[in-house]
Ligand binder design. Structure first.
Ligand code: GDP
Ligand code: MG
Length: 177
């Protein structure tokens, strides 16, 4: 017996990873509810949102997982990555440390995740022009070295947010068919 929600052609799990406060939760709420919040609500534990998208007339059920970058969550790393078909590694363009940690998280991902996982590098907060610490060129060249797609986003201004989710789902879909 299948319920209405089970009526899809493909199921993809996508995980959001990156330091606390880089904007993961806002990217997700911008994409799923077209909402942004100025308050910093540290995500407690793990949450996910499901959304259906259409590609080539197929219904894709996308489950997007969000977590705090808190150390306690380290323990759930394996469960978090299990079954993930895609990962968005997010850093904050105004914080160099979050970019260094994104590089560590990528190494972590290659160790824990499915080797076929589609990974995209996301430089968020592109709206903040005056205090950019990680230039577009630096983000781009790291992504090229690692053969990742790279996009700069602003959850605040809704710049490239939809593109990121559509592009990753599209790439996962093309790898599967
Ligand atoms: P998370 O810890 O990675 O989930 O980060 P949040 O989504 O909670 O965002 C942390 C803080 O950064 C909040 O104060 C947000 O309002 C802010 N923020 C998130 N995305 C953007 C963005 O694109 N531009 C700007 N200027 N601020 C952002
Ligand atoms: Mg969060």
């Amino acid at each position: 017996h299948r319920s209405e929600e089970d009526n899809y052609d493909h199921f993809f799990k996508i995980v959001l990873i990156g330091d606390s406060s880089v904007g993961k939760s806002n990217l997700l709420s911008r994409f799923c509810h077209n909402k942004f919040t100025l308050e910093f609500n540290s995500t407690v534990g793990v949450e996910f949102i499901s959304k259906t998208l259409n590609i080539d007339g197929k219904v894709i059920m996308v489950q997007i997982w969000d977590t705090s970058g808190h150390k306690k969550v380290r323990a759930i790393t394996d469960a978090y990555y299990r079954g993930a078909t895609g990962a968005l590694i997010v850093y904050d363009v105004t914080s160099h440390i979050t970019f260094l940690n994104a590089q560590r998280l990528l190494a972590d991902l290659w160790n824990h995740g499915d080797p076929n996982i589609v990974v995209m590098l996301i430089g968020n907060k592109s709206d903040v022009r005056h205090s950019v610490m990680v230039s577009t060129e630096v983000g781009k060249s790291f992504a090229e070295k690692e053969s990742l797609q790279f996009v700069e986003t602003s959850a605040l201004r809704a710049t490239n947010v939809e593109k990121v989710f559509i592009d990753i789902v599209d790439e996962i879909y093309r790898n599967r068919i």
